[in-house]
Write a protein that binds this ligand. Structure first.
Ligand code: NAD
Length: 497
């Protein structure tokens, strides 16, 4: 795989063939850390969506993927996992150059991507239906799960290949065919996945990857009548539009959307553990993380000490060259995102939030003058401040103090989002009471890590619906068919004519 400063020209992957966009269009893909153009990417149009959907439809209706023995599908998915593992170093570097994340973060993701494909290789043979109590003794009833059909998988830029794998792996396991659209800013790793799928023996048309910039391409996928299900990850605003558009053709939809997830820090914590966890919770991937624990709610009796320790440690975080293996905070992926972070910091200041740390762009040295970097930042806020209510999607923590458990839970739940939360407490009764009371799809207790292939992930409220990961997700890539068999000796003859 060539990853060089010289720009590569990429193509679309449709029916196991590589081709340019129908109208020959392309756009520049840049490295967020340096501003260098790293690829000229095919800029697909609605005509290319149509080609890709036809390929996927054909593969679903006339190909063998959907009806193949699940154990054979499993072997191909497992092979994909193996090939990704073999090339993890190269793909991680590609992701770093495309997205701006640190090498350490990208390597961690590659491990999780391999785990995801391995998990769903195993799940392919376990997409069970049920044997049901018959309505009468001379009836047998069962359900079987069949693939939902053609899946349109739409992915954002913050975890490009990871979030693609969360969709592609279960969709393949269930027997679906796929049109995958990575975000315009980070298309390269999805194209590597296409190469690997081809090598692993995936039949033609089963996975198609189309790249392009702008919103129209995603919109064309959601509108296309040849697609049965949309698996979408992105912002809540776009998610609402996707759901409304998909309703026109009654597509199945799963939405993984935004968040404003809290860390709840109670006064009985192990201070070091909680500070380290809260730091990671917000600054991992430069805060460009849907489940970033961007609201730190701290019990007032320990708040001064906690905030002092947090800010002292945060000052030591290394921001800069994402390819340096020791770097901890990389670049901000898009200019739009950098502008949004800047604007939220300004809003915080104008609303009276107290700046504790950072609050401005980071200068990271020679060679990165054209790059986009933001200092790790923290504010002390009131619950009404926009910076503590709205998704910033950057390395910006907001601290709010609470008196007691009831107030902590009320503050945590006072959000239009409900993706994740972490509870820091040594009191297992309190931690589990709080876990039950929180309206979020995931609750982590005394750990900032909460995302694993076997554990369902997704949101309550405006963080979306449906789940990704976990064996449960197989149901979301399947239709349930009920089969009822009459086994009585006497023929049914109700009319008697
Ligand atoms: P976005 O909504 O702007 O874009 C997401 C994807 O949708 C991109 O591929 C984009 O091209 C496409 N798109 C844009 N307009 C579309 C339309 N009208 N129809 C169909 N597709 C369209 O989001 P983003 O800025 O790329 O990503 C950041 C957002 O994603 C944040 O809000 C973040 O919280 C969310 N996110 C959520 C999760 C999760 O699992 N809940 C994970 C990662 C990111």
């Amino acid at each position: 795989m060539a990853v060089t400063a010289a720009a590569n020209k990429t193509q679309l992957f449709i029916s196991n063939q590589w081709s340019g966009a129908s109208d020959g269009a392309s756009y520049d893909d840049t490295n967020p850390a340096t501003g260098a153009v790293i690829a000229q990417v095919a800029n697909a149009s609605a005509a290319d969506v149509d080609r890709a959907v036809k390929a996927a439809r054909d593969a679903f209706e006339r190909g063998k993927w959907a009806t193949m023995a699940a154990s054979r599908r499993a072997k191909i998915i497992y092979k994909i996992a193996q090939l990704i593992a073999e090339r993890a170093g190269d793909i991680a570097l590609l992701e770093v150059r495309d997205n701006g994340k640190t090498l350490a973060t990208a390597k961690g993701e590659l491990g999780a991507i391999v785990d995801c494909f391995e998990f769903y290789a195993g799940a392919a043979t376990k997409n069970y239906g049920n044997s049901l109590p018959g309505p009468m003794p001379n009836y047998l009833a069962q359900t079987v799960r069949e693939p939902v059909g053609v899946v349109g998988a739409i992915v954002p830029w913050n975890f490009p290949l990871l979030l693609a794998s969360w969709k592609v792996a279960p969709a393949l396991a269930a027997g679906c065919t796929i049109v995958l659209k990575p975000a315009g800013q980070t298309p390269l790793s999805a194209l590597e996945l296409a190469k690997i799928a081809l090598e692993a023996g995936l039949p033609e048309g089963v996975l198609n990857v189309i790249t392009g910039e702008g919103r129209d391409l995603g919109q064309a996928i959601v509108e296309h009548p040849g697609i049965d299900k949309i698996a979408f990850t992105g912002s809540t605003a776009t998610g609402k539009r996707v759901a409304a558009t998909a309703a026109q053709t009654v597509k199945r939809v799963t939405l993984e959307l935004g968040g404003k997830s809290p860390s709840l820090v109670f006064d009985d914590v192990d201070m070091q553990q909680a500070v380290n966890g809260a730091l990671y919770g917000i600054f991992y991937n430069a805060g460009q993380c849907c489940e970033a624990r961007s609201r730190v709610l701290v019990q007032e009796t320990i708040a001064d000490e906690f905030i002092a320790m947090f800010t002292a440690k945060a000052r030591k975080l290394r921001v800069g060259n994402p390819e340096d293996p020791h770097m901890q905070i990389g670049a901000i992926t898009t200019q739009e995102q950098l502008d949004k972070i800047k604007s939220y910091c300004e809003i915080g200041a104008s609303e009276g939030a107290t700046l504790l740390l950072g609050g401005g762009p980071a200068q990271v040295g020679e060679g990165f003058e054209e790059g986009r970097f933001w200092n790790v930042s923290a504010y002390e806020t009131q619950p009404a401040h926009r910076i503590s209510r709205e998704e910033v999607f950057g390395p910006v923590a907001s601290f709010t103090r609470f008196k007691d458990e009831a107030q902590a839970i009320a503050l945590a739940n006072d959000s239009e989002y409900g993706l994740s939360a972490t509870i820091w407490s040594q009191n297992i009764g309190r931690a589990n009471r709080a876990a039950k009371a929180l309206r979020t799809g995931t609750v982590a207790i005394n750990t900032p890590y909460a995302v694993f292939p076997g554990i369902p992930f997704g949101g309550y409220k405006q963080s979306g619906y449906g789940r990704e990961l976990g064996i449960e997700t197989m149901a979301l890539y399947s239709e349930i068919k009920s089969i009822i068999t009459y086994i009585g000796e006497k023929p049914i003859d109700h009319f008697g004519v």
